[in-house]
Every structure is written in structure tokens, then in C-alpha cells.
Ligand binder design. Structure first.
Ligand code: FAD
Ligand code: DLZ
Ligand code: SF4
Length: 515
């Protein structure tokens, strides 16, 4: 029989390693829509539509290129509902002599794949995922030789390895990192370019109907579904970003504006994570824009750093730290996730906006995820596993390998600082500086304590005070702890009481939203 090549929902790349040495005449590609994947968390409806529609489009492309594709649809009555069950059925169905597969993005699926070797009764070859620029063995070697795993040093190695923005062995423009030029605040009245949307075609419409039927209770709206579902559409979206938004990408990277859900961000993460775009090709295009003089170095460098730096580093950290990372809770945070993370019903303007764009678009930009949602969860001491389930469920780009290190490591310090050298904790002043939210919030950002004060202000000190034993030794928190200790006992007590009063108002989420 033929060799069976399973292609998972985030492996939609024609250059996939599992296809590279295969002859179409002797290969059956297996694609599986399975209920286990659509429900292990209750994903945002738009995330499910995106993945299933992209899978169906990709299967059609494979067939047009001469591959035989066996496609199991979500509503196939014979389906066992899991990758393992469907693979076993397919091995029988085709009398397959072996299975060849590209390693998956998630630990959970890797465990299942390793099990296939014992249970399937045929040879199983698991190949590295060459779409990432840093092979995992190289990352482990890099990490093994260091005590502190800082992204910045990893990133410099990736610049040298790819030659991106290099002049010989020196960084282009004389510096590795131009962040000092970035990080501008939002200016009221700023009107960023519109992001191209893609009208659902017949295939997407069919998936929308399926998801509305089967996932009616899941979070999120499908009213504005416009994500690219093919490589060609993703290319159109990328082109619009490179020409219209990349020049100001760096400057407004950390800005937030009411009603402006995309600003100068690329919105490429969903297509990139599914495999519709190639990370190195994207970076070469951004570099070319700089070489042609159409974008400043700080924009090109800032953008390329996110992809060859952060994205690759995060992926390495995931595989380095799993399975422990999924359970990590260094700060012993135990508060349940509040219901308003699902409903958006909170008088806190910044959080209401972050939940709204998440519901409408299955998207929020980085600084909303990190400094509004993440910061709130950190300061309020929400249990990391509940926060992680939320992030994994709600974003179109959420794959566990990238979601979990960002949530547990970067946002919540649950890994004890393996990933980020200090917790990203901030009071209301930071959000006020970077956004226009506070002016229309029912809370007063300049007020420190009491029922009308911005809750972030007292929560910030509550967080530092309750974690003093764990965090006071952190050199980067020296200044805040010095300030805390200089405060009068009365002032300290007022902050703590104000935070406690706020925390008691938080209503825990109803069960069933996420799992
Ligand atoms: P841009 O701002 O345009 O950035 C360009 C690209 O850089 C992104 O598409 C992404 O591929 C990469 N990138 C930027 N920052 C990061 C980062 N911290 N980690 C990895 N890649 C990065 N990203 C995901 O792809 N999936 C997730 O589930 C996810 N969850 C996150 C959860 C939290 C708490 C935080 C703080 C960040 C998370 N991120 C996640 C990273 C980042 O926020 C998103 O990649 C980004 O917002 C996607 O939008 P964009 O494509 O417009 O990004
Ligand atoms: C996220 C997701 C969803 C919702 N559905 C499917 C599916 O039906 N079939 C599939 O192959 N992949 C799906 N995915 C993406 C997978 O969860 C992802 O490929 C693995 O978790 C990677 O390890
Ligand atoms: Fe958010 Fe506080 Fe500003 Fe309100 S005042 S928008 S809660 S930072």
C-alpha cells in the first residue's frame, strides 16, 4: 500500500517536510477535521472557521497539484473524533505500509504521535518542522550553554544565521535593536489604513454554517469574518501591510486607541501559524522595503525581530519547558478568571475594549494582550491555567506552542522568570500614557485609592506587596520596592484595602466557557 501523510490544521504549507520526498503516485495525504481538536478548548467560532476553511482550501490545492487527498469532514458520521482514531481507520482503509508526518506544534499531539509508533502496526516517521528557522536541537544547545535565556541574544544569533539586516558581521544601521525609536503613544485622531478583508466564499460559507450548528455556545462572533483562508489571500494581506502599515509599525507598536482594532499591526499571525505564509520570506520582503528606502530601519528591524526573534524564541522555550510550563504557577495565583473576560461587561474601559475586539475579531494586538489583559491577570493573581485556557480559546492565531509561553512566561511570570527578566506589571499610568481609554472610563486614572480610583493603581501595590518574598530580590524591581517601603503604614494599608475591596467585586466565570 501507499505511505500515508497526515497533514494537521496548522501544517498548511506546500513545502512541508513530510511531503518533500514523497511521490504523489505512492502517497495518500490524510486531512482530518476532528471534534477532539475543535473542543479541547471551546475555541472562538472564527478560529474554528478559519482553520477548517483553510484546511479545505489547502486540500483542494493539493489535489490540483496531483496529490491524492483523503479528507475526513467534521460531520462524517463514521468519524472517531480524534487524530489517533482517524489515522488508524485510514491505515486500514488504504492498506498503508507506513506513515510519514511533520512534528506537530503541540505537546499534547506529540504525545499522541509518539504513541502511534506502538499502536498502528506500521512504520511511523516523524520529521522536523522546517518551517521554523531555528531547529529545536540548535535551540536546546543555545539554551543549554546559558544560565539566563534572554531573547535579545538569541535574536542576534538569528540575525547572523539568516543574514537579515546584516552588513557583513555588523548589524545594519549600527545597532541590533531600535526599540528606543519605537514605542510611541497613540495620538487621538490617528487614522490607520484599513486592513483588507476577504469575503467568505462558498467553502467558507459552508464551514460557517457547520460551526454555527455545532459550536453555537462557543465564544465570539462570526459577523465580521474576513481572515485570509488561502496562501494567495494571505499574500494580498501581507502586501497591504508592507506598503501601508510597516513604515509606522515600530512607532505605534505599543499604542492603543478606542475602536481602532488593528492600528499598524500586520495581522499575519493567523496565516503564519497555519502555514499559509513563510516566516523567512516575510522577513526578506520587509528587509527589501528598507533597502528600497520605503521604510525606516526602526520599522523593519522591529518587525523582523518579532518574527525571527520573539516567535522563534517562544517556540524554542515551549519545547524546552514542556510539560512543566502548562502547570507552572511560580506566584501561586489562585483567583478564578472573572466572568467579564467572556462578556466584556466591566466599567474598566481598557479591558472592555480588549474583550470587545477579541469577541468581534478573534484578535487583539500585542499590547492589549500583554499590558491590559495580561497585566490585569498578573496583578489580580488569576490562576495561570485559567488565563491560558482563555487565550488559547479566543484568538485566531492561538496555537499552544506560542500562546502558553506568552501567557505563563511573558505575561504572568508563572515560570519564575525563565522567559522574561521581570514581570510586566504596570499601574494605570502606563495604560493612560499609551492609549486614549482613560478619558472615557468610569474610573479616574489619577486617583490612587477608593471606589472611583483606577483599579490598576491599588492592584499594582497589592501585587508587589503580596509577592515581596519572591520578587524583592529582582534588581529590576528595586525602585518600586524602595518606593513601597518608603510609604507610610497608613498609605500602604489604604492601597491594600482598596485593592481587596475591588477584588471582592470580581465574579468568577461561569463554568463551560472554556472547557
Ligand atoms: P504584529 O504586531 O504585526 O507582529 C508581527 C508578528 O510577530 C506576529 O504575527 C507574530 O508572528 C510575531 N510576534 C510578535 N510578538 C510575538 C510574541 N510575543 N510571540 C510570538 N510571536 C510574536 N501570538 C500568536 O501567534 N498566538 C498566540 O496565541 C499568542 N498569544 C499571546 C498571548 C499573550 C498574553 C501575549 C502577550 C502575546 C501573545 N502572542 C500570540 C504574541 C503577539 O501578541 C501576537 O503574535 C500578535 O499580537 C499577533 O498580531 P499581529 O500579527 O498583528 O502581530
Ligand atoms: C485548532 C484546530 C481545530 C479547531 N480543529 C482542527 C481540526 O479539526 N483538524 C486539525 O487537523 N487541526 C485542527 N486544529 C489545529 C490543531 O489543533 C493543531 O494542528 C494541533 O494542535 C497541532 O499540534
Ligand atoms: Fe483602564 Fe484604569 Fe484607564 Fe479605566 S482608568 S481605562 S481601568 S487604566
Amino acid at each position: 500500500g501507499p505511505v500515508l501523510v497526515p497533514i494537521l490544521g496548522d501544517q498548511l504549507s506546500h513545502a512541508l517536510s513530510s511531503l518533500a520526498d514523497r511521490d504523489p503516485a505512492d502517497t495518500v495525504v490524510l486531512m482530518m477535521e476532528v471534534s477532539e481538536e475543535t473542543t479541547y478548548v471551546r475555541h472562538h467560532k472564527a478560529k474554528i472557521v478559519l482553520i477548517l476553511s483553510a484546511m479545505r482550501h489547502f486540500a483542494a490545492e493539493l489535489r490540483a497539484r496531483g496529490w491524492t487527498v483523503d479528507y475526513v469532514a467534521l460531520d462524517d458520521p463514521a468519524s472517531t473524533g480524534s487524530f489517533t482514531g482517524e489515522l488508524a481507520r485510514a491505515v486500514d482503509r488504504h492498506g498503508a505500509r507506513g506513515v510519514q508526518v511533520t512534528e506537530p506544534g503541540e505537546w499534547r499531539v506529540r504525545q499522541a504521535m509518539d504513541g502511534w509508533r506502538d499502536t498502528l502496526g506500521v512504520r511511523v516517521r516523524i520529521l522536523p518542522d522546517t518551517r521554523f528557522l531555528c531547529p529545536l536541537p540548535d535551540f536546546f544547545a543555545w539554551a543549554g550553554a546559558r544560565r539566563e535565556l534572554r531573547m535579545e541574544y538569541f535574536y542576534r544569533d538569528m540575525r547572523r544565521r539568516t543574514g537579515l539586516l546584516m552588513e557583513g558581521d555588523k548589524p545594519a544601521g549600527g545597532r541590533w535593536n531600535f526599540d528606543a525609536e519605537n514605542r510611541g503613544a497613540a495620538e487621538p485622531g490617528l487614522v490607520p489604513p484599513l486592513v483588507p478583508g476577504f469575503e467568505p466564499d462558498a467553502i467558507t460559507q459552508e464551514v460557517i454554517t457547520l460551526v454555527e450548528q455545532r459550536c453555537a455556545g462557543h465564544f465570539g462572533s462570526l459577523d465580521r469574518f474576513a481572515w485570509p483562508v488561502t496562501a494567495a489571500q494571505a499574500e494580498t494581506a501581507l502586501e497591504a501591510f508592507l506598503t501601508e502599515r510597516l513604515p509606522l509599525f515600530g512607532r505605534y507598536q505599543d499604542a492603543m486607541l478606542t475602536g481602532q482594532d488593528t492600528l499598524y499591526h500586520s495581522l499575519i499571525s493567523p496565516a503564519l501559524n497555519l502555514g499559509l505564509l513563510d516566516p523567512l520570506a516575510i522577513c526578506r520582503r520587509a528587509e527589501a522595503e528598507w533597502l528600497a528606502g520605503r521604510v525606516p530601519i526602526e520599522a523593519a528591524e522591529g518587525f523582523i525581530r518579532q518574527i525571527i526573534g520573539w516567535r522563534e524564541y517562544i517556540r524554542g522555550m515551549y519545547w524546552l519547558e514542556m510539560p512543566g510550563l502548562a502547570e507552572a504557577n511560580h506566584l501561586e495565583a489562585t483567583r478564578p478568571l472573572p466572568e467579564f473576560w467572556w462578556t466584556g461587561e466591566t466599567p474598566m474601559r481598557c479591558l472592555a475594549e480588549a474583550v470587545r475586539t477579541t469577541r468581534d475579531n478573534a484578535y487583539a494586538h500585542h499590547i492589549q494582550r500583554l499590558m491590559v489583559l495580561g497585566n490585569f491577570a498578573l496583578l489580580a493573581g488569576i490562576r495561570p491555567q485559567e488565563v491560558s485556557d482563555w487565550f488559547l480559546a479566543v484568538y485566531a492565531d492561538a496555537c499552544e506552542w506560542v500562546e502558553l509561553p506568552n501567557v505563563a512566561g511573558m505575561a504572568l511570570h508563572a515560570d519564575g522568570g525563565r522567559l522574561a527578566s521581570k514581570p510586566y506589571a504596570a499601574s494605570g499610568a502606563y495604560i493612560d500614557r499609551m492609549s486614549d481609554y482613560c478619558g472615557s472610563c468610569r474610573y479616574k486614572v489619577k486617583q490612587k485609592t477608593g471606589p472611583d480610583a483606577c483599579p490598576f493603581n491599588a492592584l499594582y501595590w497589592h501585587f508587589l506587596a503580596r509577592n515581596e518574598a519572591r520578587l524583592a530580590g529582582n534588581a529590576r524591581l528595586f525602585q518600586p520596592y524602595a518606593t513601597w517601603r518608603k510609604m507610610s503604614a497608613d498609605k500602604q494599608a489604604e492601597y491594600l484595602a482598596s485593592a481587596e475591596a475591588f477584588l471582592t467585586t470580581l465574579e468568577p466565570a461561569r463554568p463551560g466557557w472554556a472547557r
